[in-house]
Ligand binder design. Structure first.
Ligand code: GCU
Ligand code: CA
Length: 137
């Protein structure tokens, strides 16, 4: 199953502002995090079972410089992600990442590792086909 989590909708958090000045976003806006190391966007997702899941993150980077970030799951950095320039702040691109999650609630956090901060973040689509094992439903 896939669940969309908009960056502007709690319990998601954005270390910046929720903006709507660049078209093409889903929902009512996007996260414009501060241009600083650690200025993050975080989502809370729910998995029916432990195991692999995918996080498809939709973003726009109107600069010509990639913006690197750590992908953190439940507080631990599990991989680096490079958010390349998309050509315009109104050009949104989706990048799909595979993560390992726990059964139940998990936090998915993008924490930038360079002073440019994050790209603008629209949403994540969280997908897990996991089904709870017998007895754990
Ligand atoms: C511009 C743009 C913002 C973006 C920012 C940035 O100000 O309008 O949407 O977040 O650049 O460089 O991060
Ligand atoms: Ca920004």
């Amino acid at each position: 199953a896939t669940t969309r989590h908009e960056a502007e909708a709690a319990p998601a958090t954005c270390d910046g502002t929720i903006d709507s000045n660049h078209s093409g976003y889903s929902g009512t806006g996007f996260c414009n995090a501060g241009n600083a190391v650690g200025a993050a966007a975080q989502f809370t997702v729910n998995a029916p079972a432990a195991g692999a899941a995918t996080v498809a993150v939709r973003f726009a980077n109107g600069t010509t410089t990639s913006r690197p970030a750590g992908l953190m799951v439940n507080g631990s950095t599990v991989q680096s992600v490079s958010f390349e320039g998309t050509g315009a702040w109104s050009t949104w691109v989706t990048k799909t990442l595979t993560v390992s999650v726990n059964s139940g609630s998990n936090t998915i956090r993008f924490s930038p590792t360079a002073s440019g901060g994050l790209p603008n973040i629209d949403f994540i689509d969280f997908t897990t086909d996991g089904t709870p094992p017998p007895g754990n439903t």
